[in-house]
Design a protein around this ligand. Structure first.
Ligand SMILES: Nc1nc2c(c(=O)[nH]1)N[C@H]1C(S)=C(S)[C@@H](COP(=O)(O)OP(=O)(O)OC[C@H]3O[C@@H](n4cnc5c(N)ncnc54)[C@H](O)[C@@H]3O)O[C@H]1N2
Ligand code: MOO
Length: 458
């Protein structure tokens, strides 16, 4: 265990220094949602691939409808239907029109489209509001149509390549694939794409006092909320989360459980058991190579001979034998933390404190950026704003620690109001907060009206 006190920033830096983005894989489009593209994608075929109609109407020659009015319509012969997806399109000669549907290719000879509302729809009556369905009224594809208005050349036609041309760069590497980007990839015919995958994050809670929601609560027990909150937070950060609820306070059981989970983990998160109590199992199970019986877990520990591996006693110091380094961080909540890499694949493991608010705040500050770094995202952090403290009285903060209070941010007034107190057991207050107020290490009191940094939670 490191004896020096680590700052929040040094602890985060140490974690991020050990994280490498996951190797890219080819994924189906929807599985790639939220992932970072690792290839430049060029457009293989123009979009749209052919000139097509933007309206249901009639494909016409411009000269035939010049000067047309409702009183003196242009009367054209309907030579057939052009439906979207249909193969054959009738040619439109002088004095002719083809009935055309939105998205259907412009037939040869036609120069513009007249919307059906500007015609009689082939009924011989007044202005149409719609076409009749082809099956119910097949005669609509023939006969005559009266056109009530002229159109210019190209009217209601979406030209080939007016969206993107073949050879254009559709998306550049580094793009995060949201719904519109996935839509574009599909539109240009890509079924799969090369991205960095979502990290698989195993969330494991520890504590013999824990019961699972749905069970009836026994004397002296509490429900395991951490594994749920953190699995949800991991998903929210972009990961595939696997929740492992409540391992009892037994070091061998915990080591065996972690070893079992390594196969499906790109990152492991534990909660509880990192403080100074007699049953602090995570620390007991993972703090020293000498105590490890599970061979797998020893394999990824920092190499004592490698100066790059860091050391006890603070950032950059040696950690001989310590698979996971347990530290004190100058923050509240979240003081006790563990971090290391374990197993044959050097899987990163973050051991968070058990108090529910502590574990959640620790997740936000350390695990979320780690997940985003594994995904290859550049922007690792939640947005921060400066706000004015709105409170009945001054807020006190422990000296030398960065405090993260829960609050509600009002973007209209630019103010932030604390929700609940500083206690790290206050889950209800946390559930009503939408931000963290950051009180710097050197501030021991924050007056109402003072400026404060606010981390906006999603
Ligand atoms: N003598 C000292 N005691 C404590 C210190 C200290 O410096 N000296 N630090 C305190 C701080 S700060 C924290 S934070 C906690 C961290 O404790 P652990 O990580 O060892 O966590 P536990 O003891 O297992 O649990 C703490 C608390 O949280 C509840 N808990 C745990 N897991 C869950 C869960 N999955 N869902 C809901 N609640 C959970 C647990 O019942 C305890 O009440 O240590 C302080 N003590
Ligand atoms: O650090 Mo503990 O997380 O203050 O409650």
């Amino acid at each position: 265990m490191s004896s020096a006190i680590w700052s929040v920033d040094d602890h985060l830096e140490d974690i991020l220094a050990a994280i490498r983005p996951l190797d890219p894989i080819e994924l189906h489009l929807l599985d790639a949602q939220g992932c970072v593209l690792v290839e430049d994608v060029t457009v293989p075929v123009a979009l749209p691939p052919f000139d097509n109609s933007s309206m249901d109407g009639y494909a016409v020659r411009v000269a035939d409808v010049r000067g047309a009015t409702e009183e003196f319509p242009a009367v054209l012969t309907v030579v057939g239907d052009v439906a979207a997806g249909g193969g054959w399109a009738p040619a439109v000669g002088p004095g002719q029109a083809a009935r055309i549907m939105t998205g259907a290719p412009l037939p040869p000879g036609a120069e513009a489209v007249v919307p059906v509302e500007w015609t009689d729809g082939g009924t011989g009556g007044g202005a149409a509001t719609a076409m009749l369905p082809a099956q119910a009224a097949p005669e609509g594809a023939s006969g005559e149509v009266r056109v009530h208005r002229p159109v210019d050349e190209g009217a209601y036609i979406r030209p080939r390549g007016s969206d993107v041309m073949a050879g254009d760069l559709a998306l550049v590497r580094g793009t995060v694939l949201g719904p519109p980007q996935i839509g574009l990839l599909a539109a240009i015919g890509r079924a799969t794409v090369r991205v960095r995958p979502r990290p698989r994050v195993v969330v494991l809670s520890t504590g013999s006092e824990l019961m699972q929601p749905g069970e009836s609560l026994a004397e002296g027990r509490i429900y395991d909320s951490n594994s749920y909150a953190l699995a949800a937070a991991a998903r929210d950060a972009g990961a595939l989360a696997y929740r492992v609820g409540a391992v009892t306070d037994d070091a061998d059981t915990l080591r065996a459980t972690i070893e079992d989970q390594l196969i499906r983990a790109d990152l492991l998160v534990t909660t509880g058991g990192v403080s100074v109590g007699a049953y602090d199992v995570v620390k007991e199970a993972l703090s020293g190579v000498g105590e490890l019986t599970a061979g797998e877990l020893t394999a990824g520990g920092p190499d004592a001979d490698d100066p790059a591996d860091g050391a006890p006693g603070g950032p950059g110091a040696q950690r001989p034998g310590g698979v996971v380094d347990f530290r004190t961080i100058a923050m509240q909540p979240g003081k006790p933390q563990g971090f290391g890499t374990i197993g044959p694949d050097h899987t990163p493991l973050l051991a968070l404190p058990g108090n529910p608010v502590s574990s959640y705040v620790s997740f936000e500050l350390f695990v979320r950026p780690a997940i985003r770094a594994l995904m290859g995202l550049e922007d690792l952090h939640r947005p921060r704003v400066r706000a004015e403290l709105k409170a009945d009285g001054p807020l006190s903060s422990p000296p030398g620690k960065r405090q993260f209070l829960r609050g509600r941010y009002d973007p209209d007034s630019g103010t932030v109001t604390p929700v609940g107190g500083a206690g790290s057991h206050l889950v209800a207050a946390l559930a009503h907060a939408d931000c963290l107020l950051v009180v710097p290490e050197h501030d021991t009191a924050l007056q109402p009206g003072a400026g404060v940094d606010v981390v906006l939670l999603g």
